[in-house]
Design a binder for this molecule. Sequence first.
Ligand code: NAD
Length: 400
Amino acid sequence: MNEKISQAGAILGLKEGVVQALQQCEREVVVSIPLRRGDDVEVLTGYRVQHSSARGPRKGGIRFHQDVDLDEVRALASLMTWKTALIDVPFGGAKGGVTVDASTLTDLEREEIIRRWTRSIHHVLGHQRDIPAPDMGTDARTMAWLMDEFHRLEGFQPACVTGKPVELFGAPGREEATGRGVAMIAAATLEENREKVKGARVVIQGFGNVGRFTALVCQQLGFKVIAIADVSGGIIHPDGINVEEIMKYKTIRDVPSYDKTNSAEVLEQRCEVLIPAALGGVITSSNVDKIHAQYIIEGANQPTTADADWVLRDRGSIIVPDILANSGGVMGSYFEWTQNIQQYSWPIEKFRSELDSRMAKAFADVYRESKLHLVDLRTAAFVLAVKRVAGAFALRGILV
Ligand code: NAD
């Protein structure tokens, strides 16, 4: 990613020292978390990296995963700075993590870990300092424990964390926000390119939080969802899958109707819009020649490898990058934070309409930037984000 920041800095004519400053993290906190397991103690490592507060309190998830290390958390914290700047919400970037295999944890262990992490790190957290959210291996319940521990230490402050349960200061609409945002961006992409949304064929890989709501909202917008896959398998129906019907099932394998296929074949279907919304690195130099979609909307993080990205663009396909396409979740977190601060709950209709209009604006901003600098949408997204963060630095008097 630092390559993209350097490239953006060059396009914007920023000085080398400024680009370097933008790449550095403001603060890194590493803590040890002793966890009682059986009749012994296991010492885990926890992190919070705050990349930037140039545009507001830092914002970013906390993940429980065995591969978490300082370098990964740094990279993810930096990505949050660019994402929040890109969608123009008043946040900076941060990320947290604990190196642990979440699938091996009991609920009690998960609670103990997040409470200890919060106790060790609370001095740098808070609704005006740094606001965590769920990520891999953590969920709304984990955020409720985080909030509870923070309240014991610092007093009532529900906006100290987002992604909370709806019954406990969470926001109705937050759960569907990422997928809804992906679908809105897909529609905006077609409209920008003077193509009809109604009846346009969409293929989606992934049927988890992102994939499900992407599929549902795509159908509501008039797209024809012709194939969907998850880890258990795929289904295909050229006349359009009834998404509301299949939402009742936990996995695609459980869906009784429609022809069966598999995840790899789903990516290769003829369609106007392909939405990878499961894993990273699924469109590669090995399968790029079999990808037929004109528009690729990156619901997942980093689904397209750099070489495949190059081939697709060379062929004239349009790729809407993850940093923009899946930013609806962060936008939703912003709405939760504002509602908590105002102690005023929005009806879900207001949440949805605000999300739709803010995503449409973010999309238009990136498109305009790509035309201004004659660059692809991924480069344009970083140019715009870097411009906004560097601009905030300069106005604050930190950078020349
Ligand atoms: P999830 O765990 O809820 O769902 C993942 C889905 O991917 C599941 O349906 C799973 O079956 C499917 N899957 C796994 N392996 C597969 C394979 N080989 N082939 C086809 N499908 C496969 O995760 P999620 O929250 O929906 O996140 C999906 C992606 O979006 C990830 O890359 C994540 O980092 C990214 N993302 C998520 C959010 C969010 O708010 N949830 C926000 C930004 C980015």
